[in-house]
Design a protein around this ligand. Structure first.
Ligand code: SF4
Length: 186
């Protein structure tokens, strides 16, 4: 799989203390994409899925994270790898949130994409539309995007999370600042 980064703990992409991973590669080219550096399918970012499963478990344990956020890039543009990864880590997390630029309808129509859904608790779907970024949610950037719950047990926690003020986190890596969270357009 092509992986851009892994950070733990994060608190700005879903409720609770989470481990975050970002897939490398997305062909959708949304205007004002928040992570243009993750659009290229950069082969130098290749990591075996089995190794990632092991690393995710290790880092989650070390950082006491029982929740996982998967973003990108678009994880569903590497559906085989996403499926293998989700299957490997599912039992380890009580909450798996995945971001994608596909809509749920597009995912459901393709078997190699839709089979991933059974391992996902919460999906935030849809392309990013800059003009639709009205700063209304802590979980999605533009108003066309939607939150889908496949595990309703988590719905209350997510609702409470949405009601709190938004926040961004910053991390320094190799003299660069990485911003994590949902940014308002302004
Ligand atoms: S789907 Fe996400 S990662 Fe892909 S171009 Fe759009 S905003 Fe960027």
């Amino acid at each position: 799989m092509l992986l851009a980064r892994m950070i733990a703990p994060i608190h700005s992409l879903g409720p609770g203390r989470r481990l975050g991973i970002w897939f490398q590669g997305c062909s959708k080219r949304c205007k004002e994409c928040i992570s243009p550096e993750m659009q290229i399918f950069d082969k130098s970012k290749e990591v075996p899925v089995d190794m990632m499963v092991m690393l995710i478990k290790q880092e989650a344990e070390r950082n006491n994270c029982h929740r996982l956020t998967i973003s990108g890039g678009d994880p569903f543009e590497q559906p085989h790898e996403l499926y293998k990864l989700l299957r490997g880590v599912r039992h380890f997390f009580k909450d798996i949130l995945v971001y994608t630029g596909f809509t749920l309808d597009e995912i459901i129509k393709k078997k190699n994409l839709s089979r991933c859904l059974k391992y996902i608790d919460v999906l935030v779907d849809g392309r990013y539309i800059a003009e639709e970024n009205r700063g209304v949610s802590r979980l999605y950037g533009s108003c066309n995007q939607k939150i889908h719950f496949f595990n309703n047990v988590l719905a209350t926690e997510y609702k409470e999370y949405e009601e709190q003020n938004g926040m961004l986190e910053s991390f320094i890596h190799k003299e660069k600042v990485i911003i994590v969270g949902i940014q308002r357009r302004d």
